[in-house]
Design a protein around this ligand. Structure first.
Ligand code: ACO
Length: 426
C-alpha cells in the first residue's frame, strides 16, 4: 500500500502521498496541495523543499556522505580523473577505455575559443572580477554556437564544448587581465595539464606541468564536480526550466556561485585569514566576532546547509593541502592560522551546538594559492569544477517527465488596495 501523510486543516483531513528515495529519504508530495486545500507552503531558502527527483548525486549531511552516481567521493578522489568523473556525472556510469579516449578527442577538438572573443575580454574594465567576465563570456558562447540541441549528438557536442571551452576562457581571462600573451591549448596535454599550461606558460618562462600539481588540480575539480541542489545548480535548473539554452543557464549558475556564502567563500576564507594575521593572529578574537549576534561577520569556510558534520570534501582537501605544501616546500602562515582556527572553533560550544564544521572552501584556497592561482580566480576554479554538475543537472531536468516551469509562490505582506493619486495630490 502506498504510504501517505495526513494533514489536517480547518478540521478537514487531507492525505498526501509520500515519496521514498533510494536511500530511504522521505518526502511529502504536495503537488496538489493548493488545488485541494487552497494553502501553499512557506519555506524561505528551500531548506525543506525537494525541487526534483535526481539520480546524479547523493548527500547525507548527518553522516558526511557524498556519492556521484553511487560512487563514494573518497574512491573517486583516490582513483579517478576530473574528465572521467565528468563523464560519470553526465552519462551515469564510468567510461570504458574507448569512451574515455573519444571524450578526450572531443575535448581537445573543442578547446579553442573563437578569436573574436578575445576582443570582448579586452573591453572589460581592467578591475572586472573574473567571475563577472566568465559569466558574460559563457552566455556569449551561445552567439558563436547558435545551433539548437535537437539531437543526442548535438546535445553531447554542446556539453563537451562547454566543458572544454570554459577552461580555456578562464585561462585566457587571466592572461589578458595580466596583459600577457594568450597561451593556446596543446593536443598532447591532458585537461588539467592544459589548464595549468594556459595559465602559467610564457614565451620567456616555459612551463612544465608538475605531476603532483596536476593530480592536486584533478582532485580539486573532482571534489567540486557536483553537490546536488546547491544554490548555483538550483539557479541552473530554475533558469533552464524556462527552456532557455544551456549557455544562458550555466551563465546564471556562474553568477550564483560568485556569492561569498556559496562558491565565493574560497576567496573569502583567504581574505579572512589574512585579516586575522594583520590583526596580530588573534584566533579567539575572530571566533568571538563570529559568535556575536550583533556582528554580521561569520567564519568563512565554516558551516553548510546540508552537512551537520565534517564536510567529506574538506577532509580530503585538508590532506591535499598538506601534501601540496610539503611537495612545494612552502610554509604558509595562513595554513597555520587555518589549523589553529579549526582547532579552536571545533572545541567551541557555539560551533558544536550549531553543528558548524569546516566545509570544502576552508582549505581549498590555500591549495590554490600554493599552485600559484591568484585569489580573484579561486571562484573561477570552483566554477570549472562544478561544470559537470551543472551540465548533468541541466540535462536531467530537460529529460525529466515531471518537468514544470519553476515558479514559486509568495505570501503577500505589502500594502492593501489603494487608489492611484494624481501627482499634485501626493
Ligand atoms: N560562522 C558563524 N555562525 C554561523 C556560520 C558561520 N560560518 N554559519 C552559520 N552560522 C550560524 C548562524 O548565525 C545561525 O545562528 P543562529 O541560529 O543562532 O541565528 C545558524 O548558524 C544557522 O545559520 P543559517 O545561515 O541559517 O544556516 P544556513 O544553512 O542557511 O547557511 C551557510 C549555510 C550559508 C553556508 C552558512 O553556514 C555560512 O554563511 N557559512 C559561511 C560561508 C561559507 O563558508 N560558505 C560556503 C558553503 S559551502 C559551498 O557553498 C561551496
Amino acid at each position: 500500500m502506498t504510504e501517505t501523510a495526513k494533514l489536517i486543516i480547518d478540521g478537514k483531513t487531507y492525505e498526501l502521498p509520500v515519496i521514498t528515495g533510494l536511500e530511504n529519504e522521505k518526502a511529502i508530495d504536495i503537488r496538489k496541495l493548493r488545488a485541494e486545500t487552497g494553502y501553499i507552503t512557506y519555506d524561505p531558502g528551500f531548506g525543506n523543499t525537494g525541487s526534483c527527483q535526481s539520480a546524479i548525486t547523493f548527500m547525507d549531511g548527518e553522516n558526511g556522505i557524498l556519492r556521484y552516481r553511487g560512487i563514494p567521493i573518497e574512491q573517486l578522489a583516490e582513483h579517478s580523473t576530473f574528465v572521467e568523473t565528468a563523464y560519470l556525472l553526465i552519462h551515469g556510469s564510468l567510461p570504458t577505455r574507448e569512451e574515455l579516449t573519444n571524450i578526450r578527442v572531443v575535448l581537445n577538438d573543442q578547446s579553442m575559443v573563437h578569436e573574436d572573443m578575445q576582443e570582448f575580454f579586452t573591453n572589460f574594465p581592467s578591475r572586472s572580477h573574473p567571475m563577472n567576465i566568465l559569466s558574460a563570456m559563457v552566455n556569449a558562447l551561445r552567439s558563436f554556437y547558435p545551433e539548437l540541441m535537437t539531437t543526442e549528438e548535438l546535445i553531447e557536442r554542446t556539453m563537451l564544448r562547454l566543458l572544454s571551452k570554459v577552461r580555456t576562457l578562464a585561462a585566457v581571462s587571466y592572461k589578458i587581465s595580466r596583459g600577457h600573451k594568450v597561451v593556446y591549448p596543446r593536443p598532447d596535454y591532458t585537461y588539467c595539464q592544459n589548464f595549468l599550461n594556459m595559465m602559467f606558460d610564457s614565451p620567456v618562462n616555459p612551463y612544465i606541468p608538475d605531476d603532483d600539481l596536476v593530480n592536486a588540480l584533478n582532485l580539486f575539480w573532482i571534489l567540486h564536480a557536483d553537490h546536488e541542489q546547491n544554490c548555483s545548480t538550483a539557479a541552473v535548473r530554475v533558469v533552464g526550466s524556462g527552456r532557455v539554452n544551456i549557455y544562458a543557464s550555466v551563465s546564471a549558475g556562474i553568477a550564483a556561485l560568485w556569492g561569498p556564502l556559496h562558491g565565493g567563500a574560497n576567496q573569502a576564507v583567504i581574505v579572512m585569514l589574512e585579516e586575522i594575521q594583520k590583526n596580530g593572529g588573534d584566533i579567539n578574537k575572530a571566533v568571538a566576532k563570529a559568535k556575536d549576534k550583533n556582528d554580521p561577520f561569520r567564519l568563512m569556510g565554516f558551516g553548510h546547509r546540508v552537512y551537520k558534520t565534517y564536510d567529506p570534501r574538506a577532509k580530503i582537501m585538508k590532506e591535499t593541502c598538506d601534501k601540496v605544501l610539503a611537495k612545494l616546500k612552502i610554509s604558509d602562515p595562513l595554513l597555520d592560522s587555518a589549523r589553529k582556527l579549526e582547532e579552536v572553533a571545533l572545541k567551541d560550544d557555539y560551533f558544536i551546538d550549531h553543528n558548524l564544521y569546516p566545509n570544502v572552501d576552508f582549505y581549498s584556497g590555500i591549495v590554490l594559492k600554493a599552485m600559484g592561482i591568484p585569489t580573484n580566480m579561486f571562484t573561477v576554479m570552483f566554477a570549472i569544477g562544478r561544470l559537470p554538475g551543472w551540465i548533468s543537472q541541466w540535462k536531467e531536468s530537460m529529460d525529466d517527465p515531471h518537468w514544470r516551469l519553476s515558479r514559486p509562490r509568495q505570501i503577500y505582506i505589502g500594502k492593501a488596495k489603494g487608489d492611484y493619486l494624481p501627482i499634485d495630490e501626493r
